[in-house]
Design a binder for this molecule. Structure first.
Ligand code: ZN
Ligand code: ZN
Length: 591
């Protein structure tokens, strides 16, 4: 098999540029360069002990190859390492898979009860820098054919094969406080916050970046020469002790349907570069699973429009990584019993074409995704439209009654999905779009300290029961009716009772929307929300999330209260300037 197998987009005309890019690493001795590959697992997160600036020890420090041992805080400017004020005089020990004792040193701040692994954090920057150099060296080799560049890469890959089996599986913890600990088990599958080569399972243990370097220099005589020096086959050792082990660790996970699928393309690359078709079949199987099992039958990813686009963008590069692939002659995969021949994902995964554009069915007339669940408001996915009709994603659980042309396009959307990750507690939520803007909004995705409000039932245009949030999981609504256009009238009704499955004796929770035109330009919406059971029903309308709105009520209202009586309901605490009235006789509110 001729290498490189992958398309690295190397331009031989730029040979001088590629050579210039590796001058620094080539000026190092081989020993100096290899010292950049850590002997132990690096520490992914590290806080500044002076100011504790930034978030969760994530990219708090500036690091430069000119001063490779130094960590300088981006927030307070302190060089925290090396620094006698923060000595790494504490020791943490544990065992790797081989049973060897591995020791990490750290500085301990008793006030914060926090460990700081500076040396191991420096190791992360060093390894990342070294791998970026390998990529550049591989490109320089491809452009010039000079074996000295390939030798450097072969040395680094051989170094990886030497150190990696001795790495311990480490855990980094979740939010809000990260840690650095030996994982409870050194055997795969690793927990989500653990890794041996990486730190986030399963995706980060797939050696992205490394396999591309191997492909770039695979055919170089440098490997054969180094094998003679070492007395073993350097390629085989790297494949067996590193590539196969990382693949085994990742593939030990039972499920690979998730919204960060790009690592499946790395698995396919490993299979293609090593000539191991089993790996390609495994990767392609999980790519297809993300399409067939990760999406509802209407093509919508199971979480939200924003996560739909994040996942399908990863899947797009996954499918490119196997496009045109053929198994070696005579190969039949022992697991799936098939052969892959000139693979064409567009043909072989026909549903993929539907999946790619699925959320567009619910787009507002201005081309923005409906901001349901964790979807960023204002995400523009399609071109603005001239005409709107009623649409539905029945698998996801969202209908849009629509009508009108140009500036008179209008939508009343009824949401009745369940919760499958990145969801909100939002069954039977109503979104209204008219006159070129959202009039009743969903706030969508936020990363704020009151994110709990944006996901709660109370922040949605729906009915809350007894001051409680809906359940989220196992809360799928049922579509009862959907008439997209009956002489201009559109109707949808859904049952959302499972959302309040935890309220005893709630026997009715359903919403009917009817859109009725009065002219070419205008229509009104009848909203019939039926709730029976529980004692308090709050019917909530929140207005526009982008612009201020006002509303006038036909009933005489009470004195303004600065805050609502919260009665132990957290969401009520956010209700300010509250006025009330008895509404037994009915009322009008003009927006
Ligand atoms: Zn600082
Ligand atoms: Zn929402």
């Amino acid at each position: 098999m001729k290498h490189p197998v992958l398309d690295h987009k190397i331009d031989p005309k730029k040979a001088a540029t590629y050579e210039k890019a590796v001058e620094r690493v080539m000026a190092m001795s081989e020993q100096e360069m290899l010292a950049f590959m850590p002997e132990r697992h690096y520490a992914r997160f590290c806080e500044c002990p002076k100011c504790y600036g930034g978030v969760q020890g994530y990219e708090v420090f500036a690091w430069r190859v000119e001063r490779p041992e130094e960590l300088k805080c981006k927030f307070c400017g302190t060089v925290v390492h090396p620094n006698p004020a923060y000595p790494e005089d504490q020791v943490m020990s544990g065992k790797n898979k081989l049973g060897e004792t591995i020791t990490h040193r750290f500085y301990y701040n008793p006030e914060r009860k926090m460990q700081h692994f500076f040396t191991d954090h420096v190791a992360m920057y060093k390894r990342h820098w070294l791998m970026s150099q390998c990529r550049a060296l591989g490109a320089a080799y491809q452009a010039t054919g000079k074996d000295e560049y390939a030798r450097r890469v072969a040395l680094v890959l051989d170094r990886i094969a030497q150190v990696y089996p001795h790495y311990a599986v480490m855990s980094v913890g979740g939010m809000p406080v990260r840690h650095f600990k030996f994982a409870a088990s050194q055997n795969p599958p690793y927990r989500w916050d653990e890794g041996k080569w990486g730190w986030h399972a399963p995706s980060d243990d797939m050696p992205a970046g490394v396999i591309e370097c191997y492909d770039l220099v695979y055919d170089s005589p440098a490997f054969d020469k180094l094998s003679q020096e070492r007395g073993y086959d350097v390629r085989k050792k790297f494949e067996n002790d590193f590539l196969r082990d990382t693949f085994a660790a990742v593939s030990a996970h039972p499920n690979h349907v998730n919204n960060y699928v790009a690592y499946l393309s790395v698995a396919a690359h490993i299979g293609r570069v090593m000539g191991e078709p089993r790996f390609v079949h495994w990767a392609f199987h999980w790519m297809k699973q993300n399409v067939y099992a990760g999406c509802f039958y209407d093509g919508m990813w199971h979480e939200s429009p924003s996560y739909h686009y994040m996942t399908t963008s990863g899947l797009r590069s996954c499918f490119e990584s196997v496009r045109g692939y053929s198994d070696p002659p005579g190969y039949v995969d022992p697991t799936d019993g098939t052969r892959l021949e000139n693979l064409d994902p567009d043909k072989d995964v026909a549903f993929w074409a539907k999946v790619r554009h699925a959320p567009e069915a619910l787009d507002f007339p201005n081309g923005c995704s409906t901001p349901v669940h964790d979807t960023w408001g204002g995400t523009r996915a399609s071109k603005p439209r001239d005409q709107t009709v009623s649409t539905i994603l029945p698998g996801f659980g969202h209908a849009s009654l629509g009508r009108g042309a140009g500036p008179n396009q209008m939508q009343a959307q009824l949401h009745f999905s369940g919760g499958y990750g990145h969801h909100h507690l939002d069954n039977l939520h109503l979104t209204l779009f008219a006159k070129g803007r959202e009039m009743l909004s969903d706030i969508g995705y936020t990363w704020t300290s009151i994110r709990w409000w944006t996901t709660s039932t109370f922040s949605h245009n729906t009915v809350t029961v007894d001051g409680k949030d809906q359940a989220g999981k196992s809360s799928d609504g049922d579509l009862l009716w959907f008439f997209p256009d009956s002489h201009g009238v559109a109707v949808v009704e859904a049952d959302g009772q499972r959302g309040y499955g935890h309220i005893e004796k709630l026997d009715t929770y359903r919403r009917l929307l009817v859109m009725i035109p009065v002219s070419d330009a205008d229509a009104y919406v009848v909203d019939l929300f039926r709730t029976r059971g529980g004692s308090v029903h709050d019917w909530l309308l929140h207005g526009d999330a982008d612009e201020d709105m006002s509303a006038a009520c036909s009933l005489p209202l009470s004195q303004k209260l600065a805050r609502m009586d919260a009665k132990g309901v957290k969401a009520y605490e956010l209700m300010r300037d509250v006025q009330s009235a008895q509404a037994a006789e009915g009322l009008n509110v003009t927006f």
